[in-house]
Design a protein around this ligand. Structure first.
Ligand code: FES
Ligand code: FES
Length: 885
């Protein structure tokens, strides 16, 4: 032990610490300064823990306190408060650089250190200073802008008041600061691991070391005797079904007889400290009887393959789609291309681990189980927990969530934390490591696709065939929905009269697939948009003109046969044309030498509000004539809080601060459905509109202008609004049926360079042209589109998740500021959507879908190499180049 003196945020402290104590723990646990976050396994990879020590930006997770005697430490809490923020905090809020906010405190502290040494840094200096500060949400563009804006504020060139929109100005189409942004900038927003609970126990989970095996024995006797251990629980201690059911009830909370995947949970150790729980988890002995491991659909579908789930065949779902007569059209076509495409398993990669806490309010059988976690669908997750744990009285609270991108459609750590709180009757914290979070979460499904695309002599598409197989991994989670979404958006933006598809979903022993930004369309769009370029080449047409020629028009039908009324897309192509011509001209100068430049296009029409979708919102007029919105609309970083606030303020002509949100607990809120599928603006915004229309009608009837008038007239002050879409399942024989109520359209253009010596790709610029409908918050819109492009480039070039091998942000190849590229968002048209709230629709997943094929099409344009299986790594490109020589 060693006594050391520290000054933290201007206050002097003395601590007696052991040689291993790191600064991050001291700040968070001893001083309750929760601004600094842990986003990697203390490997110095993420920068979320960045603080300033003696004027330098330091990663507190690797800084030993014993080495800091006499040091001066500043954390984000020491910079400013929401009432009196630092100029850097103001800059991050006003630049729209804060989405989920998990990286934000670290980014702000890195900015402070940079600007103190270099008051006016250029982009290169910023990129260098932030090389180890990761962000998954923003694509870094707005963070770089925030750093520059902070510099201008500090140099006195401009003040926050000159940048901040007037709160009394218009509420629609203006980037008012997000309701939670300043809280996040000041390090005060509580994420799950930030919640302090008196007497909370820590959890460690014993996970399967096998991919597929029968469990012969579980011996917890030694672990139970270890220091600090309160107990060990297994499946037999769970009172409910022990099954997590979203679509199928195939996933145990704790495995009892069989493990189907590496990392499957088997036992839960609960102890006074995390270290004690982890040590005891190591001492739990599990006996396995190994079973054949099937990591691919081919292995799982082979003759005699063992069934992974007793209740379901390995081929757990199949759905054809037959529109017209594709075979006849292929036979009659002027040109046909044919190829096999595949996409990789990928991780959604939220920066925050899958943390969750749980405790009981009250005693005995009537106690209320409170679960606080990262859910984006708290009502559904509460119902799933009720069934799995056999406990009715549950409240789910959504903490601030460090990104999710679909991962939180699935239950992750909540069932284990909830089960442990119920069994041990003590508050518990389950804070898995990053590696464990990777093991326990669902992933983006890999697709294998056999594709044919045909056109007539005029270059009009005539037929499309896509026979695809999805590796579902060990559990269903959302596999069928992903397959259906792929079919519903199979023909992308185009009019294709004849479509023939077959979708198959296959259980394997790989990580379970789940929702991941776009969920299905990114995979099939990669195949279609690659084939579009191949066919354009075969026909001797420019890819731009070929696409434009085939864009669907109102009155024509998508692959489900549904005739479309609204498809505002043609004009957007003309808006992009000058950008495309500029890019082509610039690329033409790089047709010799080892560095070749290419331009690639892809487009997509993303469906929002699927058949059967529904949302409900309650609004209440408050005594001060403000309103409170009660709706479980999660905001894991997209800006849903802004959307609800600004729509309500606009409709009722209220100042923004008079709109209150109650969205984060199953108590008091209505069910809105998940914050997924880009649906919240359209569906929940639509339900909000409906509720406020009822309120306004009641006020008009009463001749009232607010709360008092409603009360006096005996009118209700609370109104429930609904938005629903008619049911319309796809026909099981033909895959035909209705489609989404709304679409958002974009064209993606990639400009990149390929080093033909190494195969390395450098993205120069991504441009997206989008018709997003009426824009509510321009900076939130840009942030979603930019973040999607950054994730799309990662999906295209680098990212791949290998279960058990991908363990951290280095092995995952997380996008960094170093790999960030120029991005331009073009929104020249805001065509109001007929049924959207104020004409708005959703845009959260748009650019994720079309980015990867735009990138691979640009690679082909640059160097002639067509990539059929993602990601397009330097090794694959180099090998293809060598083969072509
Ligand atoms: S937690 Fe310190 S760098 Fe990731
Ligand atoms: S805002 Fe940076 S990780 Fe979410």
């Amino acid at each position: 032990m060693k006594k050391i003196a520290l000054k933290v945020n201007g206050r002097r402290y003395q601590f007696i610490v052991d040689s291993e104590r790191v600064l991050l723990d001291l700040l968070r646990e001893d001083l309750h300064l929760i601004g600094a976050k842990q986003g990697c396994d203390r490997k110095g990879q993420c920068g979320a823990c960045t603080v300033i020590v003696d004027g330098k930006a330091v990663r507190s997770c690797v800084s030993k306190v014993a080495d800091l005697d006499g040091a001066e430490v500043w954390t984000v809490e020491g910079l400013g408060t929401p009432d009196n923020p630092h100029l850097i905090q103001e800059a991050f809020v006003l630049a729209g650089a804060i989405q989920c906010g998990y990286c934000t405190p670290g980014m702000i502290m890195a900015t402070k250190a940079l600007l103190e040494g270099s008051p006016d840094p250029n982009e290169g200096e910023i990129k260098k200073a932030f090389a180890r500060n990761l962000c998954r949400c923003t694509g870094y563009k707005k963070i770089i802008e925030a750093v520059k804006l902070a510099g201008r504020f500090i140099r006195g060139e401009i003040s926050p008041d000159e940048v901040r929109p007037d709160p009394r100005s218009r509420t629609i189409g203006v980037s008012h600061p997000r309701p939670s942004a300043m809280l996040k900038a000041c390090g005060l927003a509580e994420f799950s691991a930030d919640i302090q609970m008196q007497g909370a126990l820590e959890i460690a989970v014993v996970r399967s070391s096998e991919h597929h095996a029968r469990i012969q024995s579980i011996d917890t006797s030694q672990a139970e005797q270890m220091p600090g251990v309160v107990g060990v629980m297994t499946a037999k201690h769970i009172k409910g079904s022990n099954r997590i059911k979203l679509i199928f009830d195939d996933q145990p909370v704790l495995c009892s007889d069989k493990v189907r995947c590496l990392g499957d949970p088997i036992a839960v150790v609960v102890a006074e400290s995390k270290a004690q729980a982890e040590a005891a988890a190591q001492a739990v002995k599990v006996g396995y009887d190994p079973l054949p491991v099937m990591m691919t659909p081919a292995e799982a579908l082979a003759d005699g393959a063992l069934q992974i789930h007793d209740e379901y065949p390995n081929l757990c779902w199949a759905q054809p789609q037959i529109k017209g007569d594709a075979q006849k059209a292929l036979a009659e076509a002027a040109a046909v291309v044919e190829a096999d495409f595949s996409t990789q398993m990928n991780h959604q990669a939220p920066l925050e681990p899958e943390a969750c806490v749980a405790y009981l309010e009250g005693e005995g059988e009537d106690a209320l189980l409170v679960v606080i976690g990262r859910s984006i669908m708290i009502h559904s997750h509460m119902a799933m927990l009720q069934g799995a744990l056999g406990w009715e009285n549950i409240r789910y609270e959504e903490a601030y969530c460090g990104g999710q991108f679909g991962i939180k459609v699935a239950i992750t750590s909540e069932a284990i934390a909830g089960a442990a709180a119920l069994h041990f009757r003590r508050p518990v914290r389950y804070i898995p490591s990053l590696h464990e979070s990777m093991l326990l979460t669902s992933k983006r499904h890999p697709f294998d696709m056999k594709v044919k695309l045909a056109a007539d002599k005029d270059g009009k598409l005539t037929a499309f065939v896509n026979d695809f197989t999805i590796n579902n991994g060990a559990y269903q989670i959302l596999g069928i929905v992903v397959g259906l979404r792929a079919l519903q958006m199979l023909s992308g933006s185009y009019n294709i009269p004849n479509v023939e598809a077959m979708a198959r979903l296959v259980y394997t022993n790989d990580a379970a697939g789940g929702a991941a930004r776009g969920a299905g369309p990114p995979q099939v769009a990669f195949a279609l948009e690659s084939a579009m370029d191949m066919l354009a080449k075969k026909l001797g047409l420019d890819p731009f003109e070929f696409r434009l020629k085939n864009i669907l028009a109102p009155g024509q039908s998508v692959s489900t046969g549904a005739v479309i009324e609204e498809w505002p897309f043609q004009g957007l192509w003309e808006d992009l044309r000058p950008h495309y011509e500029r890019a082509r001209k610039e690329a033409a100068a790089f047709k010799n030498g080892p560095i070749r430049r290419g331009v690639g296009l892809a487009c997509h029409s993303f469906g929002i509000a699927e058949p059967g979708d529904a949302a409900m919102v309650a609004v209440e007029r408050d005594p001060d004539d403000g309103i409170t919105i009660y709706a479980a609309a999660a905001d894991p970083g997209e800006g849903n809080d802004s959307m609800l606030t600004q729509i309500a303020a606009h409709l009722l002509n209220l100042p923004l601060e008079k709109v209150r949100l109650c969205t984060r607990s199953t108590e008091h809120t209505t069910e809105t459905g998940p914050a997924a599928g880009s649906r919240i603006t359209y569906m929940v915004g639509g339900a909000l509109l409906n509720a406020i229309e009822q309120m306004k009608a009641a006020m008009a009837e009463a001749g009232a202008s607010g709360y008092e008038g409603l009360q006096k007239a005996g009118k209700p002050t609370r109104f429930i609004g609904k938005k629903s879409v008619a049911e319309g399942p796809l026909d099981p024989q033909t895959g035909l049926g209705s489609t989404f109520e709304s679409q958002v359209h974009n064209i993606q253009m990639a400009e990149l360079e390929v080093n033909t010596d190494t195969g390395e790709v450098k993205v120069i610029k991504m441009t997206t042209a989008v018709d997003p409908g009426v824009v509510i918050h321009p900076k939130n819109l840009e942030g979603q589109l930019e973040g999607g492009m950054d994730q799309g480039v990662g999906f295209a070039l680098r990212e791949i998740y290998v279960h058990g091998e991908t363990k951290d942000w280095v092995t995952f190849k997380f996008p960094t500021m170093k790999t960030a590229f120029d991005m331009e968002v073009i929104t020249p048209r805001e065509t109001p959507r007929k049924n959207g709230p104020l004409g708005a629709t959703g845009i959260g997943e748009m650019t994720m879908v079309s980015t990867a094929p735009a990138v691979t099409n640009a690679i082909e344009d640059a160097c002639g190499v067509r990539i059929y299986d993602l990601p397009a790594t330097p090794e694959k490109i180099k090998a293809a180049l060598l083969k072509g020589k």
